[in-house]
Design a protein around this ligand. Structure first.
Ligand code: PLP
Ligand code: TYF
Length: 396
């Protein structure tokens, strides 16, 4: 039976982890997979998370199932975090959150819901986008198309994006990155979000907003601008939220699918369908990560410390962005890479070619995705002179 099974290459981004670990060069730098790193190159457990886990270990009394929608307490803390504490959408009781195994699990729930309940709707993703979007949406059976996002000069191509959105058939789904666009780092301005809103309204499209990096761009509330605008102004919105990055609990698989509907009645109808999709995929979501998030957000003290540490992480990345461009000045490359200081989140499309990325890896043991995407958090002030010298060498 299995003799016909072909071997396929693994995930290109995750493959970089293995290649990096095998490299013996003491100067090696990992700018590959999108996990936060501190100045020492570690991905630490956040202080509030450690404390919350200690509380959980002491107080937890059961490991029984939490239900297909997850823990209702999780929904209660995640909805105000994403939509805003005084959101009219919450007041109107037209939003629901279903706890899911990470942002990825939430995306799959959304995809299966669209496939089964909105038959005929195709899905549109930015070009480029996170490669897993393609696998998740096509794996669920959806027809997938792309809208332009970054041009050949490595700039946000908003005009082309909007032009294409205006051509999308009524009822189709458009995937938007809420902030910290993966892989490019180019985000929409508030004014651009308003323009997208108008087109979405005009064409009667369903926005599916992927919110994987809340707090990594400008701030927890600032990063939610587009999400809250769409939720407040539209009858129907899907949002996939992830706690992997902003709580640093990647492996605990913690996320949510948030449904915003016209009214409570419609929200409950959709919610009942989401429960079926969840049950058919994995029955109940994992509980531990959600419990950590609840413990933190329900405690004024822990929440305060979590926000503080998240701010430190965000400031570190944004500081590195500026330092990086500054360090390229003596090489006459600061203008060429100026976009890095403008982009937001963990990632930057540097504009480096696949050949240049290969040279950085082979000659300097600097690892990044072949699209030229760098994880800025993998840099540090100590390593910057080495990184910059290597980039100057491959740009000659
Ligand atoms: N969406 C985007 C754009 C991402 O970059 C990620 C990161 O891995 C995810 C969703 C899913 O994150 P996770 O499933 O780890 O919560
Ligand atoms: O883009 C990234 O690097 C992160 C992490 O299959 C990631 O989103 C990458 C690939 C993958 C799962 C997560």
């Amino acid at each position: 039976m299995f003799e016909r099974i072909e071997r396929v290459p693994g995930d290109a981004i995750l493959g970089l982890i293995e290649a990096f670990n095998k490299d013996n060069n003491p100067e090696k730098v990992d700018l590959g997979v999108g996990v936060y790193r501190d100045a020492a190159g570690n991905t630490p457990i956040m202080r509030a998370v450690k404390e919350a886990e200690a509380i959980l270990l002491k107080n937890e009394t059961t490991k029984t199932y939490i239900g297909s929608h997850g823990d209702p307490r999780y929904a209660k803390v995640i909805l105000p975090l994403v939509l805003g504490a005084d959101s009219p959408v919450l007041e109107q009781q037209r939003a629901s959150a279903t706890q899911a195994p990470g942002g990825t699990g939430a995306l799959r729930l959304a995809a299966d819901f669209i496939y089964t309940q909105l038959p005929g709707s195709s899905i549109w993703v930015s070009d480029p986008t996170w490669p897993n979007h393609l696998g998740i949406f096509m794996g669920a059976g959806l027809a997938l198309y792309k809208y332009p996002y970054v041009d050949a000069e490595n700039r946000l191509d908003f005009a082309s994006m909007l032009e294409t959105l205006k051509q999308i058939p009524q009822g189709d789904v458009v995937v938007l990155h809420a902030c910290c666009h993966n892989p490019s780092g180019f985000d929409l301005s508030q004014e651009q979000w308003q323009q997208v809103l108008e087109v979405v309204k005009e064409r009667d499209l369903l926005p599916l907003i992927d919110f994987a990096y809340q707090g990594f761009g400008e701030g927890l509330d600032e990063d939610a601008y587009g999400v809250r605008l769409m939720a407040e102004k539209l009858d129907n919105v899907l949002i996939t939220s992830s706690c992997s990055k902003n709580f640093g609990i990647y492996r605990e698989r913690t996320g949510a699918l948030i449904v915003v509907a016209k009214d409570q009645e419609q929200m409950e109808n959709v919610r009942s369908q989401i429960a079926i999709v969840a049950r058919e995929n994995y029955s109940n979501p994992p509980a531990h990560g959600g419990s950590i998030v609840m413990e933190i957000l329900e405690s004024e003290e822990l929440a305060k410390d979590w926000r503080k540490e998240l701010t430190e992480m965000r400031d570190r990345i944004n500081g590195l962005r500026r330092e990086f461009v500054e360090a390229l000045k003596p090489h006459g490359l600061d203008e060429k890479f100026a976009c890095v200081a403008e982009q937001r989140g963990m990632f930057s499309y540097t504009g480096l070619s696949a050949e240049q990325v290969d040279r950085l890896r082979d000659e300097f043991s600097i690892y990044m995705v072949r699209s030229g995407r760098a994880n800025v958090a993998g840099m540090s002030s100590d390593k910057l002179p080495y990184i910059v010298k290597a980039i100057a060498a491959v740009c000659k």
